[in-house]
Design a protein around this ligand. Structure first.
Ligand code: SAM
Length: 339
């Protein structure tokens, strides 16, 4: 078998979490099928037929296709790429730098934790490979605070993949055990880190609220074009409904698109320009109170949104671009942020 463009990792373990015996086949290597007498699988055929997995894992008689790949970024750090979405997590500055700039610093997390009485709840939407959750845990590690993280994702595959590549990714330092425990049981750190596995819009729709109201939300889905179900008007309306008006909450996210900002405003959030991350020169931060925003969007921004060709929120989980409707425009004009 010749593998031209991908590396294939073949594991022979009868259970899911152990990867003791491993063979890695790189581009151009020849596989020796005799080494795997019980695995009568044509790996090259599998690679051709599936949606481009980076690897095929053979465990006992089970075959697993890997949908993630480790990528080396220009600055020398490593990140993870989803082959199904064809998107890299934290693609420019890498997982640690992006999580710190976009979430930890922008949320002024350490200051908020230090002056906070009682439990401080963070919703980590799009747990993925847990880089954002790790940044929050690290930021709080030396503070005498009570932090609780609720992570949401529809799959644990990227976390399992990241744990298998923890050394290359380099951000689990000290929390590998906790991450493994979350993966296996849905709870870690004595219940201070919990998982909600499943479709996030579904959680919001059917469990109001799916977890204690948050003080901060890390919103990190794939892009609207690839993952439209995570950017709809109804999702953000349901999310806003989960907030406690007496509990100030801020939510940064990497996109600065007009469509996202309009969607957040119409869902009831106050919205501001977010800080640069090295990845993007501007991001977005939403909050349930204007006090948490340094740079609230202005009337000038509103005028630009009116002219934008991509401003109308997604009503369905299908990506498209459209001018603002008259109804949305009139609702925006009545938003307290612009009074
Ligand atoms: C860009 S990755 C997140 C990276 C992650 N925050 C990290 O630090 O590694 C986006 C994540 O959103 C998750 N996701 C996408 N659609 C979802 C949905 N409908 N419900 C729950 N999670 C979803 C994906 O499975 C993926 O893990």
């Amino acid at each position: 078998m010749n593998l031209n463009v991908v590396a294939s990792e073949i594991y022979r373990e009868p259970h899911f979490h152990g990867y003791g015996s491993k063979t890695v086949l790189r581009a151009g290597d020849q596989a020796r099928p005799a080494a795997f007498p019980d695995a009568a699988v044509d790996v090259a055929e599998l690679l051709k037929r599936s949606t481009a997995p980076s690897a095929v894992r053979l465990m006992g008689h089970h075959v697993f296709l890997e949908n993630y790949q480790l990528v080396r970024l220009k600055n020398g750090t490593s990140s993870i790429r989803s082959l199904a979405e064809e998107e890299t997590f934290h693609p420019v500055v890498g997982p640690v730098a992006e999580a710190e700039a976009l979430y930890v610093k922008q949320l002024r997390l350490r200051q908020r934790l230090q002056s906070h009485m009682g439990e401080f709840v963070v919703w980590d939407v799009g747990l993925g490979a847990a880089a954002n959750a790790m940044a929050v845990l690290r930021a709080a590690s030396d503070l005498p605070c009570s932090l609780r993280i609720i992570s949401f994702d529809r799959t644990l595959e990227p976390l399992a993949f990241a744990l298998r590549h923890a050394a290359e990714l380099g951000y689990f330092s000290g929390y590998e055990k906790a991450a493994r425990q979350l993966l296996e049981t849905g709870r870690a750190l004595g219940g201070r880190w919990e998982l909600r596995l499943g479709d996030f819009p579904w959680w919001l729709r059917h469990h109001q609220p799916p977890a204690p109201a948050p003080h901060a939300i890390l919103f990190d889905a794939f892009s609207p074009a690839k993952n439209p179900g995570m950017w709809t008007a109804s999702l953000f309306t349901d999310l806003h409904r989960c907030l406690d008006p007496k509990r100030p909450c801020a939510m940064p996210t990497y996109s600065r698109s007009t469509m996202l900002r309009v969607t957040l405003l119409l869902a009831g959030f106050f919205v501001g320009a977010g800080r640069a991350t090295g990845e993007k020169e501007e991001t977005t931060i939403a909050a349930n109170t204007p006090e948490l925003l340094d740079e609230p969007l202005s009337r000038d921004w509103l005028e630009r949104a009116r002219r934008s060709r991509s401003a109308e929120p997604l009503r369905e989980p299908v990506y498209r671009q459209a001018h603002l409707s008259r109804e949305s425009w009139e609702k925006l004009l009545r938003h307290p942020q612009f009074q």
